[in-house]
Design a protein around this ligand. Structure first.
Ligand code: C2E
Ligand code: MG
Ligand code: MG
Ligand code: MG
Length: 280
């Protein structure tokens, strides 16, 4: 298409090639090198038991220290990594780091902490995940129940039968499974019956206006009730205010995660937080 454009069109395109496009090129160019050069880091965001207020674990969230752009969040590079296939080695790297952390925590007296890791659609539908997990579990001897894998309903529903099998295999190993961003995909509730799950993560989009929007309040409240009726635990994402936390606690939501309690921080910062803090 670029070739058929006249000179004027090309100039128009150049002018319109905005910061976002430029950034995408910068990210794409370096993405593969980045893993080799150790530019990725796992940040950890605390997860809180709403009844006791204590830190019960964390979610691992990828960060990229790009040499020119500085710290880059996953929303900017995960989609590119998905397209290019880098998500497979990157996802393996994140899982390995996470399992090694659980192993380290056992030695540090933090052996009660759970660690959740996000899975991409490609990881779920490829063949490498279970052998990798088996090797990591064997090599470290960590309690598999301390590892939780988060899968979005969108990713799971790309191939429901395969996802069903994967989740079954994960749970047969004692690994926990959570549905991430619950309520944001175009899937039906029937998959709650199809999939073996441990936890539902209510998307922060529903939590944001919980105090002012009766629809959001109703959706969150009903989701908690539905999850509990199915024997699942519930964690709410994106909790930013005390009023939101109070609402969720009142509805018997089990756990919460959000800026009210802690932002995603480095491993060292999280370890301090988890050793000292009784939050809320
Ligand atoms: P997610 O799994 O739903 O993670 C939660 C996101 O919400 C994180 O964004 C977190 O920083 C943000 N968040 C937490 N609490 C609050 C809050 O109170 N307010 C607001 N506004 N935001 C909050 P982050 O770290 O930018 O990650 C974005 C997404 O990138 C994640 O969404 C996940 O889908 C993906 N991601 C992150 N790490 C990985 C990974 O290792 N593998 C894969 N496949 N995806 C990842
Ligand atoms: Mg997640
Ligand atoms: Mg989420
Ligand atoms: Mg999200």
């Amino acid at each position: 298409a670029a070739k058929s454009c006249g000179r004027g069109n090309f100039q128009f395109f150049s002018a319109a090639m905005n910061a976002a496009t430029h950034e995408r090129l910068l990210l794409e160019n370096r993405l593969w090198q980045a893993l080799e050069q150790d530019e990725f880091e796992l940040y950890l965001q605390a997860q809180i038991d709403l009844r006791s207020g204590s830190v019960i674990g964390a979610e691992a969230l990828l960060r990229w220290h790009h040499p020119e752009l500085g710290m880059v969040g996953p929303d900017r590079f995960i989609p590119i990594a998905e397209e290019s296939g880098l998500i497979l080695p990157l996802g393996d790297w994140a899982l390995q780091r996470a399992v090694l952390l659980l192993d380290r925590w056992r030695a540090l007296g933090l052996g009660h902490l759970r660690l959740a890791v996000n899975l991409s659609a490609r990881q779920c539908h490829g063949t490498g995940l279970l052998p990798l997990l088996d090797r990591l579990l064997r090599e470290t001897g960590i309690d598999p129940a301390l590892l939780e894998l988060e899968i979005t309903e969108t990713a799971a529903m790309q191939d429901p039968e395969r996802s069903r099998e994967l989740l079954q295999q994960l749970r047969a190993r004692g690994i926990k499974v959570a549905i991430d961003d619950f309520g944001t995909g175009y899937s039906s509730l029937s998959y709650l019956k199809l999939f073996e799950l441990d936890r539902i993560k209510i998307d922060r989009g529903f939590v944001k206006d919980i105090e002012t929007d009766p629809d959001d309040a109703a959706i969150v409240s009903a989701t908690i009730g539905l999850a509990h009726a199915l024997g699942l635990e519930v964690i709410a994402e994106g909790v930013e205010t005390q009023a939101q936390a109070d609402f969720l606690r009142g509805k018997r939501c089990d756990e919460a995660q959000g800026y009210l309690f802690a932002r995603p921080v480095t491993v060292a910062e999280f370890e301090v937080l988890a050793s000292t803090a009784e939050t809320v």
